[in-house]
Design a protein around this ligand. Structure first.
Ligand code: BGC
Length: 499
């Protein structure tokens, strides 16, 4: 990735740019739809009868433990396999992006996703379902690498921060749409789950059409020595003829990026420790809040508590709505309150929500039977307060902060580590949650809240504020002044450019 200074270059927010954003943003919808869809499908009886008859049997027997109804490694693999293949393919995606460009990578991403989607929708056997999910994961891995890159390179430089959060907003909208679809297809017997899985093709199809229509980014063209074409595209997307200054800066940034031959080696040096630790840990912590236990499994979690299928899916829709609207808060809050305040406030709110949910379930939900109506409503409300605080803090900031703390030489490599930590821990939560729920019962919420305490300590002691700090001054203004990180970064620690 080539990184530019936040200069103001001449240019308008042209309709052409907005259309490019909208088309490419379907990548965010595609990702979000997947997060939201699998939990609802997992709870559908027709789906269970076809692929997981044992889980269906267990679900029917009231004498079995509430908490273990869905404990099945294959059922979890249905959700998690996508993230495992996304983890591997995001590294390949970043290579493909630089060698063949963002446009082609986006096109391949949507094609893989569509192929996977067809396989899942038509699945007759479990292996078809899993291979379908793996292919969709390849699409997600490529897309999550190429789409945000495309969006930020096409955006006028002063809008890059907002575009970053826009991607997260689209992810949450995708989750909400999936929740709504699951709610609508619940009563379509036999084919409900097929419709739910099949509709994932809509954002992927839009992305495919988008990938034909959108231009290659000027940066990607210049990076691959297509200078004239790069200049032409830049003029078109900015809507002005005078693009000389920006063009010059892109060229310099490309040159600088090419001089760094071994970014991964650079990351192993002592002065890379602060951004690397923060970039990775923010993503690990983001997942260890337990957010995806809710996003993936809210419908089955609510069924565990005794809700009917309908009530569970409706609760998931409410949570999806809260998620979207609270993400909007972060659009305004990030630069107003600062990163640390938002993260710490959210830790307090998430901690309290989880602890109270845990206590209610421990005391009120026995191994058999259901939760009474009053406590059930309180649990749904607390889940909303939990998701709300995640959505205005750790959700977007888990992605934003890693994108603004690495110096230019290690930005792509450092960010790739951050993204893959996210995928790895998303996979682990998806694969382990239902089993953990079975073994730890309601104490699983206490387990997640313990992680939230650790995260809060991490923010207090190890996460300096980066609000308003220009990207190239992070070393001087942040690390060198921090009581812990100053030991890692010294004057003259400039990176080595190897020509
Ligand atoms: C996380 C996802 C999560 C989503 C919820 C994102 O920031 O990376 O794992 O499902 O937020 O909105």
């Amino acid at each position: 990735m080539v990184v530019m200074e936040k200069n103001n270059f001449p240019g308008r927010l042209t309709p052409y740019v907005v259309i490019c954003w909208l088309l490419a943003a379907c990548g965010g919808l595609m990702f979000g739809y997947d997060i939201g869809i699998s939990g609802g499908v997992t709870g559908m009886n027709d789906f269970l009868i076809k692929f997981f008859p044992k889980v269906y049997e267990r679900k029917q027997h009231a004498h079995e433990s509430n908490y273990c109804k869905y404990d099945n490694q294959y059922l979890q693999l249905f959700t998690s396999s996508l993230y495992l293949s996304a983890l591997v393919s995001s590294f390949l995606g970043s290579k493909l992006c630089s060698i063949k460009g963002r446009k082609l990578t986006i096109m391949i991403s949507s094609l893989c996703f569509l192929a996977g989607c067809i396989l899942c929708t038509a699945a007759q056997h479990l292996w078809m379902l899993i291979i379908g999910r793996v292919l969709m994961g390849v699409g997600i891995g490529f897309g999550n690498e190429a789409v945000p890159l495309f969006l930020s390179e096409i955006a006028p430089v002063q809008h890059i921060g907002a575009v970053n959060i826009l991607f997260q907003l689209l992810v949450t909208i995708g989750i909400l749409i999936a929740n709504l679809v699951n709610f609508a297809t619940l009563n379509l017997h036999h084919i409900g789950w097929r419709v739910s899985l099949g509709l994932a093709a809509v954002p992927a199809l839009l992305l495919l059409i988008g990938s034909v229509v959108i231009p290659e980014t000027p940066t990607s063209l210049i990076e691959r020595d297509h200078f004239d074409k790069g200049e032409q595209v830049l003029k078109k997307v900015r809507g002005v003829e005078n693009v000389e200054a920006e063009l010059q800066e892109i060229k310099e940034a490309c040159l600088q990026a090419k001089l760094v031959k071994h970014p991964y080696k650079e990351l192993r040096k002592k002065h890379s420790v602060p951004p690397l630790v923060i970039g990775i840990m923010l993503q690990v912590f983001q997942q260890m809040t337990g957010i995806n236990a809710i996003m993936f499994y809210a419908p089955v979690l609510f069924q565990t508590m005794g809700f009917e299928s309908n009530g569970s899916l409706l609760s998931a829709v409410i949570i999806g709505l809260v998620n979207v609207f609270s993400t909007l808060v972060s659009l305004f809050g990030v630069d107003k309150f600062g990163r640390r305040v938002l993260l710490l406030q959210a830790c307090a709110q998430m901690f309290l929500s989880q602890i109270i949910i845990g206590i209610i379930l421990i005391t009120k939900l026995a191994d058999t039977g259901t939760l009474a109506k009053g406590p059930a409503i309180v649990v749904v409300l607390l889940t909303c307060t939990f998701v709300m605080s995640f959505a205005w803090s750790w959700g977007p900031l888990g992605w934003l902060i890693p994108s603004e703390i690495f110096p230019v030489e290690t930005r792509t490599a450092g960010f790739a580590f951050s993204v893959s930590s996210n995928m790895l821990f998303t996979f682990l939560v998806a694969q382990a949650f239902l089993s953990l729920l079975c073994h730890m019962r309601a104490y699983i919420f206490i387990f997640f809240s313990a992680w939230i305490l650790v995260m809060a300590l991490f923010v207090v002691f190890l996460l300096p504020e980066t609000k308003g700090i220009p990207i190239d001054s992070v070393a001087d203004q942040v690390w060198k002044k921090h009581p812990v990180w100053k030991r890692f970064v010294k004057d003259g620690d400039s990176p080595e450019f190897q020509a």
